[in-house]
Design a protein around this ligand. Sequence first.
Ligand code: SOE
Length: 387
Amino acid sequence: MSSTSRPTFGIGLVGHAFMGRAHSHAWRSVDAIFELPWQPVLSVLAGRDDGRAQAAAARLGWGSGVGDWRQLLERDDVDLIDICTPGDSHAEIAVAALEAGKHVLCEKPLANTVAEAEAMAAAAERAAGRGVRSMVGFSYRRVPALALARNLVAQGRIGTVRHVRAQYLQDWLADPQAPLSWRLDRRRAGSGALGDIGAHIIDATQFVTGEAVTGVSALLDTFVTERPHPDGPGTGPVTVDDAALFHGRLSGGGLASFEASRVAAGRKNALRLELNGTRGSLAFDLEAMNVLWFHDHTEDSDTAGFRRILVTEPQHPYAGAWWPPGHGLGYDHAFTNEIADLVISIAAGKDPEPTFADGLAVQRVLAAVEASAADDGRWTAIPGVQP
Ligand code: SOE
């Protein structure tokens, strides 16, 4: 929809690497796919350097580029600040933006520490009282098959959840020569596979089941402890985990296992979730993201079995806005779906989900995993969650 009679909604993006590109793509396309009450305008992109930000703005479709995100706080053509920077700057930018009256979309994990996430959740709550909204970008909630899985669980189609098996497996660090980057630096990223991709499976588990993780026992490992510098001679230390393995209990009484790895050779972006309940099971793999497997255990056992649902029908979540049945969506579409929900919620005066409080809940699980792993896998309860 491109009517100019709608109010405009000015966006300021901070960051222009992987996530900045993914969000830019979504902001560029969202108005052509969804019927939005407001018209997003890609006003300004902020980076750390004027020249590079201007070049990125031109390439990614933004009106202008600036070398300091603080300039966005002052601008009348910015209604929302979209934070796509490494985790060490999320709290500072988000709190300043909310206090300046700007809505915020912040990439996951919400922060690098629980203290930062708490400050962000508190700022979000204060801002919501003034009609200023915030959302954390757990984009996989907007993959149609995972949104359908949540609906089926909520409808009781698999009964009470007994098991969740959650994995997020990648292999871009399997090669010991893969260079250092901010994602391998604890000061910038907070943690490694744990916060980068483990955060997604924690959120996906809590989202799909509607339950909370109440406690964990964990192991972390860094298999490659030194890696080459990207732009010069020699190597430097890796200060985050390559892999995280933990199990936990859910608030409904079920058991959950979690595995996040960036050294799982051959697995490129395998976010897998399997749920077994008293009445049936569901299974999903992001490497085949248009498919949800469903087993209805109440069916006649002669013919019962996992059925493959191609989640591209018009009545499936988000799918109706896109292509005819069977034509499928990809990684990028989840960001467009996320941004559509964000704009629709803000225009309706409602808090979009996942909230900063949801991001804080994930952060508490991440911190419990680190505490448990540092103490030989000791059982560690998640503060504030009823066992
Ligand atoms: C973004 O949602 C993200 O989590 C990235 O930050 C990860 O690195 C990527 O592999 C999955 O998507």
